[in-house]
Design a protein around this ligand. Structure first.
Ligand SMILES: Cc1cc2nc3c(=O)[nH]c(=O)nc-3n(C[C@H](O)[C@H](O)[C@H](O)COP(=O)(O)OP(=O)(O)OC[C@H]3O[C@@H](n4cnc5c(N)ncnc54)[C@H](O)[C@@H]3O)c2cc1C
Length: 407
């Protein structure tokens, strides 16, 4: 019997577990020949790409409704140690008990976290990285109309004009107006580069700038956040912005568990993996999703995105299953890269390729983003057949559908 252990119940971990069960099924192996266990801190799959939207608390799927029907054992717990020599993982269980789990093959899918910036007063910052953090921001904004204070209550500052910052900053004016009534609303986007979306390239920039203007967002470029407290944000050029709401979105880093694996890591902490998603130089360990610096499409290192976490999860699961059953492994080959960036009431922008050529804009792209967010990124629930059908690594949803939409 071989025991596969997956760490992390995010997009990569869920699909890795399902991919491994599918591999066992495809090989015609007995159920007890390969067992799959997933340990994760949360009981739900957090739909992280939706956390800039309203009602972040509702953006989740119970893991038991996906893993239960396909026979994956789930252990709620926080992993604290990984011993790749002894092939054991230590963890703290939900009841506080110490757990020691052994494995034949490990898939590390513990994701990523937004960086906590080294600025004075950082504990006053909001973010939309996790369900609780996004819920805390929503609840804070909803109370702004009833707390005492002046119009500065309806000023928000978003730090970072990357993918997440842009999605958040184009939503905030509507949310603030809903609580401000007739009082003035101000939203400022702070970016240390000299332009918005510096990593998104020039292609989508005209759409992004038009959306920011449409939303009435002020730009503060070439500056960073210096300090923050309950009543103000201070920028590196000395500008003081009276505000109760500063949202940090800049910088992601792979889960700290990557540091417990004796492999090579990139600048954001992701482990180097080979074409089969095995951690280079570490026997029996695979990585998938935001923990893995996988290479795709002729040398591009994947993005920390669902679009890459899902196919990596499926493939890591398939390969780990093949590995323990003595079958050939398959190289990672996701569908062509696309991005769909929400731009608030203005619409959205769909780009294709690593140079981000604009393929759709406005309402058309917004409809696509809505379909991606409300349908395509959700795993099926309560239906083993549907879950295992979608766990096939050859079905590299959703990009193939997006490609055909944009063709
Ligand atoms: C606001 C926002 C918008 C985004 N928009 C998009 C988008 O439009 N398109 C896109 O493709 N991507 C988007 N992303 C990125 C995408 O959400 C991530 O790339 C994706 O969630 C990565 O999946 P993952 O499974 O690797 O990691 P995660 O989703 O981070 O899951 C990791 C899991 O591991 C668990 N875990 C971590 N540490 C431990 C531990 N020590 N013990 C036990 N469990 C642990 C966590 O609780 C979590 O459940 C967005 C992200 C955010 C925050």
């Amino acid at each position: 019997m071989s025991n596969i252990l997956v760490i992390g119940g995010g997009f990569a971990g869920v699909w890795a577990a399902a991919g491994a069960i599918r591999a066992r099924q495809e090989a015609g192996a007995a159920e007890d020949a390969v067992t799959v266990t997933l340990i994760g801190a949360a009981d739900d799959l957090a739909i992280r790409p939706r956390l800039y939207e309203d009602d972040p608390q509702g953006k989740r799927v119970a893991l038991d409704r996906v893993l239960g029907p396909i026979g994956v054992r789930r252990i709620p717990g926080i992993v604290t140690g990984i011993d790749t020599e002894a092939r054991t993982v230590s963890a703290v269980g939900r009841d506080g008990s110490a757990l020691e789990l052994s494995y034949d093959r490990l898939i590390l899918a513990s994701g990523s976290r937004v960086l906590t910036p080294p600025v004075e007063g950082a504990d006053h910052l909001f973010d939309v990285d996790t369900l609780p953090a996004a819920a805390a921001l929503e609840s804070h904004v909803s109370r702004l109309g009833t707390v005492t204070g002046g119009d500065e209550r309806f000023t928000a500052v978003v730090i970072g004009a990357g993918f997440t910052g842009l999605e958040v900053v184009t939503e905030l004016p509507t949310r603030l107006r809903a609580v401000a009534g007739d009082r003035p609303v101000r939203v400022v986007l702070v970016e240390r580069a000299d332009t918005v979306g510096p990593a998104l390239g020039p292609g989508p920039r005209p759409e992004i700038l038009a959306a920011l203007e449409h939303a009435g967002v002020e730009l503060a470029l070439n500056v960073s956040l210096q300090s923050v407290d309950r009543e103000r944000a201070v920028l590196s050029d000395g500008t003081v912005i009276p505000t109760r709401t500063v949202v940090w979105t800049a910088g992601m880093r792979a889960s700290a568990l990557t540091e417990l694996i004796p492999g090579t890591r990139d600048a954001i902490g992701r482990l180097e993996v080979d074409e089969h998603l095995r951690v280079v130089g570490v026997d029996g360990v695979y990585a998938a999703g935001d923990t893995a610096a996988a290479v795709a499409e002729g040398g591009h290192v994947v993005m920390q995105s669902c679009q890459h976490a899902v196919p990596q999860g499926k493939l890591a699961g398939a390969n780990v299953g093949a590995d323990v059953l003595g079958l050939p492994l398959v190289p990672f080959a996701p569908n062509p890269y696309v991005t769909c960036l929400s731009l608030g009431p203005y619409g959205a922008v769909l780009t294709t390729g690593w140079d981000r050529t604009v393929a759709q804009t406005g309402d058309e792209a917004k409809k696509l983003k809505h379909t991606i967010n409300s349908e395509w990124i959700y795993p099926p629930i309560d239906d083993a057949g549907a879950i295992l059908t979608l766990a096939d690594h050859r079905t590299t949803w959703p990009t193939e559908t997006v490609q055909s939409v944009s063709a």
